[in-house]
Ligand binder design. Structure first.
Ligand SMILES: NC(=O)c1ccc[n+]([C@@H]2O[C@H](COP(=O)([O-])OP(=O)(O)OC[C@H]3O[C@@H](n4cnc5c(N)ncnc54)[C@H](OP(=O)(O)O)[C@@H]3O)[C@@H](O)[C@H]2O)c1
Length: 332
């Protein structure tokens, strides 16, 4: 196979210059890990958009094939729990940051990073969901593990038209929760309502710093935005409310006080998808098949792009011009 070539997006730092281009690679160029995967689909997550545009400090090693997730078929492996021909999905483990990732037709990774694709899910569907949707599922799991049920009361999702938010809204609605949504743009309401949001809470107050405690509104919340938005969410939680926080789309700071925690017993749960143990990944992927209505996936997928179109789609994502997710067909 070493004679054969294939396409991959490669990020290079040349002096002070950043370069992202589709390159023709040989198999010898791939990392020397134990499992060779024929990649079928990847996707563009917020972190990918920062990496491929050079706008965020995501890349930890140069040169890098970006793409924090992919789904495909195992071609060769020395990992005993995998076999050739098996369909797999990979998210996290710093792939696409420290390790070469999914914007390529072939990748060599550690077998232990791979999750067998659950029955009922195709590689295309897995990447329509991607790390973002997977994280939406993890946020719902975190709320439920903390005792939240549909009877607890309304649940707020922030960044609701984004990748994490879209999937979180769809799953919560399927499970019977009453979902309220915060989006940055009224034009996105129809899309988010189609996923199951019953109410929108946009308004100029979200740009302002909240008081330490505001009127109580939410039994639970999933926050993908951080900063002042998360601070207001905390201030608006019901007594004993639970917030799952996974993102920083609006900023990494958190201008809050201890008041929501010590006067209302609010619980703030951090959600991480990158270093999550394998058994929890397998459980979450299997749950997605049941709790995310498959008929919504086409609607959640804003567009399908080729490797050479990843850069432009990433720019559009960071400019807030996308509704939902971008699928990358690496063989297009
Ligand atoms: N912890 C983890 O393991 C993990 C995994 C995946 C993602 N994340 C993080 O979760 C966040 C969302 O990821 P994603 O893939 O869903 O990204 P995305 O598709 O770009 O969605 C982010 C959404 O956040 C909102 N937003 C963006 N900039 C904002 C701002 N300045 N102020 C307020 N809202 C803003 C927008 O929501 P509207 O369109 O509704 O206005 C946007 O659609 C990112 O920070 C990402 O890094 C974390």
């Amino acid at each position: 196979m070493s004679e054969q070539t294939f396409n991959a997006v490669v990020l290079r730092e040349e002096g002070t210059k950043f370069r992202a281009a589709v390159e023709n690679l040989t198999f010898d160029a791939l990392p020397s890990n134990d499992t060779l995967v024929k990649v079928e689909y990847s996707t563009i997550n917020f972190k990918d958009a920062l990496a491929v545009t050079g706008k965020g400090k995501i890349v930890k090693t140069w040169p890098l094939v970006p793409g924090i997730d992919f789904a495909g078929e195992v071609l060769e492996t020395s990992n005993r729990s995998l076999k050739a021909g098996q369909k797999v999905v990979l998210t996290g483990w710093s792939v696409g940051e420290k390790h070469w990732g999914g914007y390529t037709q072939y990748q060599r990774v550690r077998g232990e990073w791979l999750v067998p694709l659950p029955d009922g899910l195709t590689t295309r569907q897995a990447m329509m969901i991607g790390t973002a949707g997977f994280t939406g599922m993890l946020c719902v799991n975190a709320l439920e593990d903390a005792g939240v049920t549909p009877r607890s009361g309304p649940v707020l999702v922030t960044g609701a038209a984004g990748g994490v938010g879209s999937v979180a809204v769809a799953i919560l609605n399927k499970l019977g929760y009453t979902v309220s949504a915060l989006t940055g743009d009224r034009e996105k309401h129809e899309y988010v309502a189609g996923l199951g949001a019953k109410e929108f809470v946009d308004g100029p107050q979200w740009a302002d710093l909240a008081r330490p405690l505001e009127a109580q509104k939410w039994a639970a919340a999933i926050d993908t935005v951080g900063s002042k938005v998360l601070a207001r969410v905390l201030a608006e939680m019901n007594y004993n409310g639970v917030v799952a926080a996974c993102g920083l789309a609006g900023g990494a700071d958190l201008p809050t006080s201890v008041m929501p925690f010590i006067l209302r017993g609010v619980k703030l749960l951090g959600v991480d998808s990158v270093m999550l143990p394998s058994n929890e990944r397998i459980k979450a992927w299997n749950r997605i098949v049941i709790d995310l209505p498959a008929n919504l996936l086409d609607g959640i997928t804003a567009q399908t792009v080729s490797l050479s179109e990843v850069g432009a789609a990433a720019e559009a994502m960071l400019a807030g011009k996308l509704l939902g997710r971008v699928l990358v067909d690496v063989n297009r």
